[in-house]
Ligand binder design. Structure first.
Ligand code: LHQ
Length: 260
């Protein structure tokens, strides 16, 4: 692939956005490569996916020099661009049954900030930052930003970020609960690798159902959610992984989860 690096080994899939000279800005080719990588992640039954960037940025968001953005006379349909690119990407990340870790190695601006925040666990280097850059070019937060941000940090902070376009440091993002963790720059790769190994050895079916229950909860009442938990727990309670987890605990040994 031309714009990303992709690997899948020992259950761990890794996508590295790889246009460092453009701060890993998304263009049409990158979206096509990402679609292919997500498909391989699904087909290869990855147990965890890591998304990160090459060089000094995570990604600067949409490539503002790409032909889908630069007006060449005719009016542009950004809705069509979003339908063909960012929306399937966000849905694809959210619908993966395995956990997705965003390893935010530097600035995450515009759509890239929201792609990172759509991941299940976000770990950022201390020097990284999140920038809702849309307002500065006359757009609104897309890629799920208007949905995800207020849920993560509340409307006051979500609107503050969206309306000012202020750069939010990784430390502040962690203090606000917007991301899982902020670590020293040198600790990012080892921390993410260790977490990925831990998740790759975890019971995959339980993880998939946990994601499903958590993300689905926003549309339900507590009473409805209690019923969802009951139904999913009934399924997990009948799984080989549950039996293995309990047996391993009682026998004081490491469990071997099979994902069923
Ligand atoms: C770039 C970019 C970039 C091209 C840096 N494109 N070259 C939009 C439209 C359509 C459909 C749907 O959705 C969207 C969603 C969006 O994502 S809109 C938001 C797009 N992103 C931005 O507005 C962010 C623009 N970039 C920045 O604000 C800065 O570059 C950040 C804060 C990311 C990093 O700042 P610095 O560390 O100071 O780096 P720099 O600004 O000097 O950039 C380095 C190079 O990368 C530079 O090129 P050059 O040839 O001068 O070295 C930039 O022009 C280029 N670059 N972002 N998005």
């Amino acid at each position: 692939m031309e714009t990303i690096l992709f690997s899948l080994a020992e259950g761990i899939a890794r996508i590295t956005l790889n246009r460092p000279e453009k701060l890993n800005a998304f263009n049409t080719a990158m979206h096509a490569d990402l679609r292919g990588a997500l498909e391989q992640t699904r087909r290869g039954a990855a147990r965890v996916l890591i998304l990160t960037g090459a060089g000094r940025a995570f990604s600067s968001g949409q490539d503002l020099a790409d032909r889908t953005v630069v007006a060449g006379g005719a009016p542009l349909d950004l809705g069509a661009t979003i339908d063909a690119t960012y929306n399937p990407l966000i849905r694809g990340l959210r619908e993966l049954p395995c956990p997705v870790i965003a390893a935010v190695n530097g600035a995450a601006a515009g759509a890239a900030a929201n792609v990172a925040l759509a991941c299940d666990l976000v770990i950022a280097a201390k020097s990284a930052s999140f920038i809702q850059a849309f307002g500065k070019i006359g757009l609104l937060p897309d890629s799920g930003g208007t949905w995800i941000l207020p849920r993560l940090v509340g409307s006051a902070r979500a609107l503050g970020l969206a309306l000012t376009g202020e750069r939010l440091s990784a430390e502040q993002a962690a203090a606000w609960g917007m991301i899982w963790r902020c670590v020293e720059d040198t600790e990012l790769a080892p921390t993410v690798d260790e977490l990925a190994r831990q998740l790759a050895a975890a019971p995959t079916l339980a993880i998939a159902r946990t994601k499903e229950a958590m993300y689905g909860s926003w549309q339900r009442t507590l009473s409805e959610q209690l019923d969802v938990e009951r139904d999913l727990q009934r399924e997990l309670g009948a799984s080989a992984d549950f039996r293995e987890g309990v047996a391993a605990f009682l026998e004081k040994r490491a469990p071997r989860f099979m994902g069923r």
